[in-house]
Each structure stands twice: as structure tokens, then as C-alpha cells.
Ligand binder design. Structure first.
Ligand code: 3PG
Length: 307
């Protein structure tokens, strides 16, 4: 009987766990849950005899893969898979997948919530500003970016996007103005919402060059990955511009210093929570479980992200 391990430091909502359990048990598999584990050793012990693994932002590195003697598939219940060592997975013949789009709405709603939070001075009761009529630049127009555009238009924002991997017609078809470079996006938009993955190309790419051209009242919103923003540039822009604000779901390493020095101009959630809704957990968790069953039963490799 194949064994499916769900290993999540940050637990899914209980309803999502029940759904995953139901799908795997209906397929005749054994279901095992490891939540809030404290060390990689614990994960390595639990994965030793698992055939399939479902994770969230949990790190699956070469040590974990080496400890997983029976593993055939690992599914990241979510979008970003920078937490999986894809080369090590491929070398071991382990298929890695994600569940694109399944948790996007939760992240998009939080991005807009963060914009409102900053526009209203962190809800401190003083007179703030409105989002209506303001320019918003969406940096990367994937599942989340597209939803952010849709919701932002409901607020009356004027929406722009830059994404070299998405056809202009797709972006413009949504009533969003497509710009040709990141510099043009940052130079045009008061609000920037980041939706780029963390890759070798994007790490540290949001730098002083880009942030310094943002218009008056600049607000950078990060629900993507902390690594994409260059922290030295962040520090420099906070120092140089009294109007610059940064709100992030993934606190930078220098968060405590920024918070102490510029309390009114930055906000960081205590824990990454963009995808932390019951709906997103259910959608991503169920998709992961179904993808495992489809792979183990029929060899279906849709959503595979390694070669
Ligand atoms: C993702 O990549 O799907 C999001 O960053 C959510 O991550 P999480 O599952 O750790 O909340």
C-alpha cells in the first residue's frame, strides 16, 4: 500500500487535511500527517518509507531526498517551489510538482489588504489616502498577478503590468496596460505588487535602480519572496526617501531595524500568511492529493516542474 506523507511546519486548515486524507485513503493509500515538526531530522525520519510527499514551504533538500528511499513524487501544495532541490530530485528519479493557481486568490486578497493597510496609515485612525485612481504596477502577471489586477480594478486603481513571459495580448485583454520593462513599470506606478518567483535571475533584482524611480508616495508590496528584494537597496531607499513605504508578507532579514527606524513606513506579517486561508489550503491540498493519485495510478506528469 503506497504511503502518502503530508509534512507541513505550517499546518493546513483541518478541513484541508480531512480532504487530503479522504482522497488518499479512497485510492487505497496509507495517509500519514507530520505537522509543526521541529527539525529536518524529524522530516527525514518520517519520509524514510513514504512513496509520496505533500509539502508547503517545507525544505526538501538533498539530505531529505537521500533519506527518502521509496519516494516517487513530491508535490508542493502551492505555487513557488524554490524550497525543493529540483536537481537532487531529478537525480533520484523523484517527480516534483506544484499546484499552480490553487492558492492564488488568498494571496491576491492579502496584497490588496496590505495596500489598504498602508494607504490608511496602518489603521491608526489618522487621515489616509484611497486606492481609487492610484497607479498599480503588477510585477509578473501569473495567477496571482492576474487576480490582483482584477481586484484592484474593482477598487478603481489604474493597473499596469510587466511580465516578459506573458503575451502582451493576454495582459491587455484584461484591461491592464502592458509595459516593456521593469524600469518603465516602477517609473509609472505609485504601488508595485511583486509576484515574481525566487530564481537565480530574480534574487536581489528589486534594487535601488528600480525603487528610486517610483513616483511620490511609493508603496512596495511583497507577497512573493523576500529574496527578490535587495535589502541593502531597501535600506538606502528608506534613508533617501521620506515617502517610501514597504509592506511585506515575508519579513526581510533587516526587518527589526527597519521597523525600529521607520515604524510608520513599513509593516511585516509575523509569519508568511498569504496562502493561509481555509479555501486555499483545501484547494491546494486536494489538488496535491489528486495529482499524486493520478501520477501513481496513470503516470500523469501534468504540473511536473523538474526535468
Ligand atoms: C506559494 O508559493 O504557494 C505561497 O508562497 C504560499 O506558501 P505557503 O504554502 O508556505 O503558505
Amino acid at each position: 500500500m503506497p504511503k502518502v506523507l503530508v509534512a507541513t511546519v505550517k499546518p493546513f486548515a483541518p478541513a484541508a487535511v480531512n480532504q487530503i486524507r479522504e482522497i488518499t485513503e479512497k485510492a487505497g493509500y496509507e495517509f500519514v500527517l507530520l505537522e509543526k515538526y521541529g527539525s529536518q531530522d524529524e522530516l527525514m525520519g518520517a519520509v524514510a518509507d513514504a512513496d509520496a510527499l505533500i509539502i508547503r514551504s517545507d525544505k526538501v533538500d538533498s539530505d531529505v531526498l537521500a533519506a527518502a528511499g521509496n519516494l516517487k513524487i513530491v508535490v508542493r501544495a502551492g505555487a513557488g517551489y524554490d524550497n525543493i532541490d529540483l536537481e537532487a530530485a531529478s537525480a533520484k528519479g523523484v517527480v516534483a510538482m506544484n499546484t499552480p493557481g490553487q492558492n492564488s486568490n488568498a494571496v491576491a486578497e492579502l496584497a490588496l489588504g496590505m495596500m489598504v493597510y498602508m494607504a490608511r496609515n496602518q489603521l491608526n485612525g489618522t487621515s489616509g489616502t484611497e486606492l481609487s485612481g492610484k497607479t498599480l504596477g503588477i510585477h509578473a502577471y501569473g495567477y496571482v498577478g492576474k487576480l490582483v489586477a482584477k481586484i484592484a480594478k474593482g477598487f478603481g486603481m489604474v493597473v499596469y503590468a510587466f511580465d516578459p513571459y506573458i503575451a502582451r495580448e493576454m495582459i491587455e485583454g484584461d484591461g491592464v496596460t502592458c509595459l516593456d520593462s521593469a524600469k518603465a513599470l516602477y517609473g509609472t506606478c505609485q504601488y508595485i505588487s511583486l509576484h515574481i518567483p525566487a530564481t537565480a535571475e530574480t534574487r536581489g533584482s528589486i534594487n535601488h535602480d528600480l525603487l528610486s524611480v517610483m513616483p511620490e508616495g511609493a508603496v512596495l508590496v511583497n507577497t512573493a519572496r523576500k529574496e527578490v528584494v535587495d535589502e541593502a537597496s531597501l535600506e538606502k531607499i528608506f534613508e533617501g526617501r521620506q515617502d517610501f513605504r514597504y509592506v511585506s508578507d515575508i519579513a526581510p532579514d533587516n526587518a527589526a531595524h527597519l521597523k525600529d527606524t521607520y515604524p510608520d513606513r513599513c509593516f511585516f506579517t509575523p509569519k508568511k500568511m498569504g496562502a493561509q486561508t481555509s479555501e486555499a489550503n483545501i484547494n491546494a491540498g486536494m489538488a496535491a492529493a489528486r495529482q499524486i493519485v493520478a501520477f501513481l495510478e496513470e503516470g500523469d506528469r501534468t504540473f511536473q516542474v523538474n526535468k
